[in-house]
Design a protein around this ligand. Structure first.
Ligand SMILES: *[C@@H]1O[C@H](CO)[C@@H](O)[C@H](O)[C@H]1NC(C)=O
Ligand SMILES: *[C@@H]1O[C@H](CO)[C@@H](O)[C@H](O)[C@H]1NC(C)=O
Ligand SMILES: *[C@@H]1O[C@H](CO)[C@@H](O)[C@H](O)[C@H]1NC(C)=O
Ligand SMILES: *[C@@H]1O[C@H](CO)[C@@H](O)[C@H](O)[C@H]1NC(C)=O
Ligand SMILES: *[C@@H]1O[C@H](CO)[C@@H](O)[C@H](O)[C@H]1NC(C)=O
Ligand SMILES: CC(=O)N[C@H]1CO[C@H](CO)[C@@H](O)[C@@H]1O
Length: 699
């Protein structure tokens, strides 16, 4: 019998003969005449009008799921790994780590999942959740999350979503603002809630998702608050005993209020209608090639992220299977996986995943590390194979599959593909721009295309998406079939839609996917949402982009991140940071430019391993990493490396930080200094390190 793996090589090979190079120059976006502020507008080349739903007669997510459940009854839908054992390992420096031994996936079929959804919906009524009241879900991604979401939809209850990494203040703010009466959470979150229970005046009941029980926390909460606390399983049981018929929403009803961890101030709740999310779900359908009921999707991004929410609803609409995992248990080598046992990917063997760039970067570093550690022949082989494929891939993506490559696959890349289970055929990436290097690396090593999206919570993730056969890097593709994209002039920043060779300007997104605006925040909504004379809603992103000749968008800047220095030069903070972060000494960096000075400065989170290795080689004596970061030699070395990186990127002299400060501690979402998608939060970092920043400008 033919090795299925080889089949996977021959089929694309056949494609490459059939479609050689046709794809690289095809137009993917075409100009369109739209209303509103003048600018240069583009739409997807395949559709004359904007897509609102891909399914005839379906206008809400509740209907979509019900129809799909009827159609795919016995098929697997939601998979969860059972816990075999949990251990605590103590490593050399005395810190302890939780290690999990997880078993195989256990599945709920479409029919079973739909039954659980109906029961949960009935259970909510039984608990006393009233018409028009809102539910919040504050938990990590898991099967119960999806069931609760769909259960709420069947009651026409708006679901408020909150990142589980959000801080206490933001959490109180979002629950209070939306007057949530029922709160659904996991074990970890229950502990967090204990502390703030007195500030949550509107919450009446809490549903926790862990069946294995946490009696001590539950009794403490019951004692210290007026809440009723019920387990998820109990709610489902209540619903089974007291079934209630559905109270379904219509397209214009608000399905989700999604709180985004903005880079400034308190989070804002974005109101999404069923129609909004359905438009995005319908559009994503057209992006992933041949998406169908054989696809297996590994779910591990936060469901409070619109990309994940849309992706899971797409998979559940087409008869695919969703297996749940987490970033810390993703691969066999992940930090929470017990040595010798399987990670989520190798157990599930998914065909499609959605990821954020930070995770793909981690995969890339992991692979490089492994190759470097092995050294010798396998490193040499890897490097040759990588170079060969890199030069082949320069044409069409399919062009990368030659006979020679079958050999490289067999010798080198097969093992790398196995890290993610060996069957990945498509990766959706969103949330932040993916670096060109990582995109190439993943393309080459995993042999699977990456669809890179650009969209915002405010546009319900609608925006652009790069097609699977687009081999270019650094761009985010053409508009989704549900969006118009327009570039409008921003003369102060020097970007005009009449620029050549490419039109440039602020990106404005229009279409049925554009959300209603911010909850209870008319002022902010009016600032960034506009309705034109034809009734189309537009969202002003504040991002600066340019359109390539084939209608694909490239993000080049961010309005807020451009600062004018004392002598009138504009510095784009994001652009400079992206150029400098390639230095091996840099774990993270924030450039700071002050309009009253003529130079930039930077806060640099130093990379501990690299800097300590250097210091040891130079025989520099230091007590710990904090001490090393203060050493003048270390600062000098890192600064030199930044200057080098700046030269490679051809930065202007005024863009290179004149002074830097090394920081020993990483910026994590928990510390509040970066968003859950690992984007830096400038305002917060500026506040936190105000003293360090002001020192730069002394003397
Ligand atoms: C759904 O709920 C909202 C908010 O309570 C309400 O305004 C709307 O009329 C409801 N929709 C239907 C179809 O009952
Ligand atoms: C909650 O909202 C009410 C008004 O709706 C406000 O008076 C109160 O201070 C808020 N509490 C918190 C903790 O934000
Ligand atoms: C509980 O809340 C107080 C302030 O209200 C805060 O200082 C403390 O860190 C919180 N504790 C935990 C465990 O979150
Ligand atoms: C709960 O209430 C008891 C007193 O009834 C108090 O001692 C305890 O600190 C409270 N716990 C929390 C987490 O608020
Ligand atoms: C790919 O092609 C571009 C020009 O189209 C060229 O500049 C680049 O060096 C090529 N890269 C490789 C690895 O061959
Ligand atoms: C669900 C939704 O918002 N639909 C709107 C999409 O946009 C068109 C106009 O572009 C409106 O007519 C729809 O109501």
């Amino acid at each position: 019998m033919m090795n299925p793996y080889l089949l996977g090589v021959f089929v694309p090979l056949l494609f490459s003969v059939m479609f050689r190079n046709k794809n690289s120059r095809r137009k993917r976006g075409v100009p369109v005449d739209v209303g509103g502020e003048p600018g240069y507008a583009i739409q997807n080349y395949r559709f004359n009008s904007l897509v609102e739903t891909a399914w005839e007669g379906i206008s809400t997510l509740a209907e979509l799921f019900e129809e799909s459940s009827k159609q795919h009854g016995r098929k697997r839908l939601l998979g969860t790994r059972n816990l075999i054992s949990m251990e605590t390992e103590v490593n050399a420096d005395g810190r302890s780590f939780e290690k999990l031994h997880l078993g195989n996936y256990e599945w709920l079929s479409y029919r079973e999942a739909f039954e659980a959804v109906c029961r949960f919906a009935s259970g909510l009524v039984q608990l006393g959740h009233g018409k028009g009241e809102r539910v919040a879900i504050f938990a990590d991604t898991r099967a119960e999350w999806f069931i609760a979401l769909q259960g709420c939809f069947r009651r026409n209850a708006t679901v408020v979503t909150i990142y589980s990494s959000l801080g206490e203040e933001a959490l109180c703010h979002s629950l209070n603002e939306t007057e949530v009466s029922t709160l659904i959470c996991g074990r970890k979150e229950l502990k967090k809630l204990l502390n703030i229970s007195r500030q949550l005046d509107t919450v009446k009941r809490v549903i926790y998702m862990d069946d294995d029980g946490i009696p001590s926390d539950v009794s403490v909460i019951e004692r210290n608050s007026s809440w009723s606390v019920t387990s998820f399983a109990e709610v489902v049981k209540l619903g089974r005993e007291h079934p209630v018929s559905a109270d379904v929403p219509v397209s214009a009803d608000v399905a989700v209020i999604m709180y985004t961890s903005g880079s400034t101030g308190l989070p804002k709740g974005v109101m999404m209608t069923h129609g909004n999310v359905l438009a995005t779900v319908s559009a994503v359908m057209t992006i992933v090639p041949n998406l169908g009921n054989n696809d297996v999707y590994l779910a591990f991004l936060p469901l409070a992220h619109i990309l994940e929410l849309a992706a899971e609803n797409v998979v559940a609409a087409i008869g695919g299977s969703i297996g749940y995992g987490s970033p810390l248990t993703l691969t066999d080598a992940s930090s929470k996986i017990k040595k010798g046992t399987k990670g989520d990917a190798s157990m599930l063997r998914p065909t499609v995943i959605a990821a954020v760039p930070a995770i793909l970067d981690r995969v890339r570093y992991g692979v490089r590390n492994q190759v470097d550690m092995k050294g010798g022949l396998s490193k040499k082989l890897f490097n040759i194979a990588y170079e060969r494929r890199l030069s082949a891939i320069n044409g069409s993506w399919f062009g990368a599959w030659g006979l020679e490559n079958i050999l490289w696959n067999f010798l080198v890349f097969r093992k790398i593909r196995a890290i993610l289970g060996g069957r990945i055929r498509f990766i959706l990436s969103g949330g932040a721009p993916l670096s060109a290097d990582t995109q190439r690396f993943i393309n080459i090593c995993l042999g699977s295309p990456i669809g890179q999206g650009y969209g915002l919570t405010e546009t319900c993730a609608g925006g652009t998406f790069s097609e699977y056969d687009d081999t270019s890097v650094g761009r985010v593709g053409a508009p989704l079939p549900c969006s118009y994209l327009k570039l409008i002039d921003w003369p102060e920043g020097g970007y005009l839609s009449s620029d050549s060779p490419m039109p440039r300007g602020e990106i404005v997104i229009g279409g049925p996917n554009v959300t209603l605006g911010y909850f209870k925040n008319k002022e902010k909504t009016k600032e960034v949402y506009k309705v034109d004379e034809r009734g189309m809603r537009w969202f002003y992103t504040g991002d600066i982009g340019q359109f390539h000749a084939d209608g694909c968008l490239e993000i080049i800047d961010r309005k807020k991140d451009i600062v004018k220095l004392q002598h009138g030069e504009y510095v784009s903070l994001g652009k400079v940071e992206a150029a400098l972060i390639v230095s091996p000494y840099v774990d993270n960096i924030m450039l700071h430019a002050d309009p009253f000075h003529s130079y930039c400065v930077a806060l640099v989170v130093a990379s501990q391993g690299t800097l300590e290795d250097w210091a040891i080689k130079k025989a520099i004596i230091f007590t710990d990493f904090t001490d090393l970061c203060q050493k003048e030699e270390a600062v000098k070395e890192v600064h030199g490396s930044l200057v080098k990186a700046a030269k490679v990127a051809r930065l202007e002299k005024f863009e290179i930080p004149a002074k830097i400060k090394l920081l020993p501690h990483a910026w994590t979402p928990e510390s509040g200094l970066v968003t859950a998608a690992l984007k830096i939060k400038r305002e917060i970092i500026r506040k936190e390190f105000a003293e360090e920043l002001s020192k730069f400008y002394e003397s």
